[in-house]
Design a protein around this ligand. Sequence first.
Ligand SMILES: [Mg+2]
Length: 356
Amino acid sequence: MTSKYIFYIDFDGTLANTSELSPGGWNVINAYEASIKDIFGDVGLTIYKDDLGGLKNRAPSEIIYLLLQKGQEKNLRDELIRSAEIFYSAHQEQLEGLMSEGLGASFAYDTEEEIQERVIAELLVRQKLSKLIPEIGERFSDGRTWPEPFPGVIEFLNQMSTRNQDKISLIILTSGHDNFIRRTLKTWSVPDDHIHILSEDAIRGMSLPEQMWLRAKPGPLPMVLAYGDELNRQDRDETAWREQGLLTDRQHLIIAPLVDDVQTLIIGDDPKNDGGQVLIAGSFAWFNPSLKESSNPADTGIVFTDWYALTNLLNSSKSRKGIIEGRPIMEILTNQISRESEGVRLYGVTREMSRG
Ligand SMILES: [Mg+2]
């Protein structure tokens, strides 16, 4: 195995400030709301906002699943489905081509049968992307473009993917979409050949596992699939991962701890959905620029307010020596963080260190 370290990095709110309104007035939050209203009408929008509490960092399939479940409880499911069918018939053609080849769920349904939940999730994603993709790279009056990277993100991605590419794998692990992310990286002029993506597009079309809690962060499927892709890139054949008890095949997940010879760092802005993945593997680096309090922090890791601070820490001569020696990632980081460190500090117990 050539890569000893894997960094799983969230996208929205971590690398890109997608909650800022674009020059055309869209962000991830209102694009979801408008798309739900387009597809399900006011009935759907009311359930989404009042009963589900809005986006809450949820994956699109999870939103559709919960929306229809709530609809069922309120005897509104048939109405929601009918509304989605009408929208699908009217807009299916213009929504072709928004998803990269081989990604996403099937966008075809047999009109003899009820439109499937998975087709509706695909519909939601495409409708949302039809609003957001034209905004990528659009200029604000002050010359900035949308969506902006957080300060230091470009330097982090450039440094980690060039200087350390043989030791550190960078994987963007996100409930967003490949197409949106690749286009955004392009507008940032970040060379992305060494940046891998495992997005919701890889999961939406899968029939198994059925349980939604397994399929979206902090459930294990995103990370396990990303890890499987990583092994494939490193020319490990699938037999190797079967032997490690990871997967019986791509659609049959066996929950198993990831192999021990990889050092995993999860970087994200959401202590619950990103940080919760420490139960599968690794430690959490919480990007928390506004120093929010959290009622549900992962019990291990570091918190940082500034990507420059994390980049400097990883680029120090001590870190580079540690990385070459294959030391545990939290040991490398924590040994250098002092009370005086600007922009990055420790919290909780460091799980990887206590595991030895
Ligand atoms: Mg996020």
